[in-house]
Ligand binder design. Structure first.
Ligand code: CA
Length: 231
């Protein structure tokens, strides 16, 4: 989905230039020319970033920034302040007010886009990088390689983790020992089909409530193992 950016600037030629360049880069853009209108817009729509000019009619950019950064539903939206060259002190103030970055006028479209991307990267990176996979009460984090059950961490070896992940990613499919050996042990020498059984047993001892009647990793007799597709 497109990231939507709100441009707050009363000088039409600047807001048009900014909007044009952002749209060209694939962003969705809304433009507002004053504070009152801006506060109305952020209540109705969800923005990924706000570009806010310091000099506005009515509510000033600084005050607007302060309001946005102190309201619960808008405080997480990153703000880039636009400032004029002579406003050195205001620039600093902008950061004190909680703005995420600033751009000094005049600026090039390239500089603007680079700042926007940098701020978005900085503010979006953290939670988005985590990929959580759930099977029943098990949580597999493919970014941190951690597994937990009902919120309690389970310590798995690298091989056990790979084996669990491989089966979990193919939920509902029965995988025979050779397929699992190829996928998890790859080119390792001295492994035999029995190795798979040994590791499945260890994995079950760690993740199952009752390893003798496994719920997560099931056996298809004579063929191999699978994670139930309904989990
Ligand atoms: Ca202005």
């Amino acid at each position: 989905m497109k990231t939507k950016i709100l441009v707050v600037e009363d000088e039409k030629d600047i807001s048009e230039l900014v909007a044009y360049n952002l749209e060209k880069e694939g962003f969705g853009v809304s433009v507002s020319s004053d504070g009152e209108h801006t506060l109305g817009l952020v209540r109705k729509e969800k923005f990924g970033l706000i570009i806010l000019d310091l000099m506005l009619p009515g509510i000033q950019g600084m005050d607007l920034c302060k309001i946005l950064k102190s309201s619960e539903n808008t405080s997480s939206i990153p703000i880039i302040m636009l400032t004029a060259k002579s406003e050195e002190i205001d620039k600093v103030l902008g950061l004190e007010m909680g703005a995420d970055d600033y751009i000094t006028k005049p600026f090039s479209p390239r500089e603007l886009i680079a700042r926007v991307r940098a701020v978005l990267r900085r503010t979006q990176a953290k939670p988005a990088a985590e990929k959580i996979m759930r099977i029943g009460e098990l949580e597999i984090n493919t970014a941190t390689y951690k597994v937990s059950k009902k919120g309690i961490p389970i310590e798995l070896s690298a091989t056990e983790f790979k084996l669990l992940l491989y089966l979990a990613q193919r939920k509902g499919r029965v995988l025979n020992r050779d397929a699992l050996l190829d996928a998890v042990w790859k080119d390792e020498a001295f492994v035999e089909p029995r190795t798979v059984d040994v590791h499945i047993r260890r994995l079950r001892a760690l993740i199952e409530d009752d390893p003798s009647t496994p719920v997560y990793i099931r056996t298809r007799r004579g063929i191999g193992y699978y994670v139930d597709g309904d989990l």
